[in-house]
Design a protein around this ligand. Structure first.
Ligand SMILES: [Zn+2]
Length: 184
């Protein structure tokens, strides 16, 4: 038994999900444009009203397509609220657009011991001249190296090895930052 949640809904942005029957775990999916229409204050205040019983919050951000500076500001306020409430936050999936912004604004994913489960990563086939986005699992990355290496992916059309279409140190930097914080 879970309880359905619709926390923010506009033409451009939705935040909906579910709560478990014990009200201890919330799962929220955000889709659309993270801009001035995204009412994250409402999401944060709903979660904080659940009180100390709420332990963990899982956020699915794979559907976030655009992040404006207004959206970025409300996002930072939102995650600061989650931090103050000491929720254990898991990002079940993060979109490419979101991750691109984190290289300039690392605080977007900043919380002690927070984890990213899966995230989108862009690849490019130099033969087919085609860009493809893969969903990668953070667990695919070995814990040891300081600079994570993108895992190999093959082109679905021609079978050739795809090239990672971002600067790995920038794009994957969040993995190192998260692990360092998680360990420390
Ligand atoms: Zn190809």
């Amino acid at each position: 038994m879970s309880i359905a949640l619709v926390l923010s809904k506009s033409d451009r942005f939705t935040a909906e999900g579910s709560l478990d029957a014990a009200l201890s775990r919330a799962q929220i999916t955000m889709r659309g444009n993270l801009d001035e229409s995204a009412d994250l204050t409402r999401v944060a205040s709903y979660l904080s009203k659940l009180g100390a019983g709420l332990k963990s919050v899982a956020l699915d951000l794979q559907g976030l397509g655009v992040i404006t500076s207004a959206g970025l500001r409300s996002w930072i306020t939102f995650i600061n609220a989650l931090k103050s409430a000491s929720f254990e936050v898991t990002f079940s999936a993060v979109s490419e657009v979101f991750l691109e912004r984190t290289s300039a604004f690392p605080q977007m994913l900043d919380g002690h011991g927070w984890t990213v489960v899966a995230f989108e990563a862009p690849y490019f086939c130099t033969s087919c001249k085609k860009r493809v986005v893969h969903l990668l699992n953070a667990a695919e990355f070995p814990t040891a190296p300081e600079a994570p290496e993108p895992p190999a992916r093959a082109c679905a059309d021609c079978g050739k090895a795809l090239r990672f279409d971002e600067v790995p140190e920038d794009y994957l930097g969040f993995l190192t930052r998260m692990r360092r914080r998680g360990a420390g």
